[in-house]
Ligand binder design. Structure first.
Ligand SMILES: CC(C)(COP(=O)(O)OP(=O)(O)OC[C@H]1O[C@@H](n2cnc3c(N)ncnc32)[C@H](O)[C@@H]1OP(=O)(O)O)[C@@H](O)C(=O)NCCC(=O)NCCS
Length: 154
């Protein structure tokens, strides 16, 4: 089912499509194309899962993920999968890849923030052994939802 999917670096020319996905997935909390540009310009490591079997000339982006790599830690800045591609292991592909690169870069721990009411994402992180280390109150501006800060030891 996933044989037409491949993971590759996300490039600046993908950002208009990613910005459209952001709006569809995150609504008012979506990152704009400008914020995404800043993420890439800052050297953050973004990868996407591409679907080469779309019947079009270009591949579709099924999901994407961005991490910020420090000396001994990595932060997951963003992970999202197009609604049409969910529950096919695409987030797992992205996580496995990101964790392997974090480990190879010498990171000892990985951190992330997740909305306290985001059950699918929390299940995903639980499955990888992330655990809660704190709460950021009213972290999401438009909804006022709190974020759980999670850590995983590599
Ligand atoms: C969270 C998200 C990235 C998961 O992507 P996905 O490709 O569907 O996830 P996978 O198919 O790789 O699932 C991996 C595991 O995550 C958990 N999971 C994923 N979606 C789930 C759901 N809807 N309900 C419960 N558990 C879920 C399961 O443990 C799953 O393993 P399983 O399928 O063997 O049970 C996707 O739902 C998404 O893009 N959501 C909107 C954006 C978002 O919330 N991003 C996270 C911000 S912190």
């Amino acid at each position: 089912m996933n044989e037409h999917l491949r993971i590759d670096r996300l490039r600046w020319w993908h950002l208009p499509e990613v910005a459209r996905m952001e709006t569809a997935i995150f609504g008012p909390e979506a990152w704009s194309e400008g914020i995404l540009w800043t993420e890439l310009s800052a050297g953050n490591d973004y990868r996407a899962v591409f679907d080469d079997d779309t019947g079009r000339d270009d591949a579709a982006i099924a999901g994407y993920m961005g991490i910020a790599l420090g000396d001994t830690e990595a932060w997951i800045n963003n992970i999202a999968v197009d609604a049409a591609y969910r529950r096919r292991g695409i987030a797992r592909m992205l996580m496995d890849d990101a964790l392997a690169r974090s480990r190879a870069a010498g990171a000892k721990a990985v951190y992330l923030e997740v909305a306290v009411d985001n059950v699918p994402a929390q299940r995903l992180y639980d499955a990888y052994g992330f655990y809660g280390i704190g709460v950021r109150k009213n972290y999401y501006q438009h909804t006022g939802t709190d974020a759980a800060v999670m850590r995983m030891d590599l």
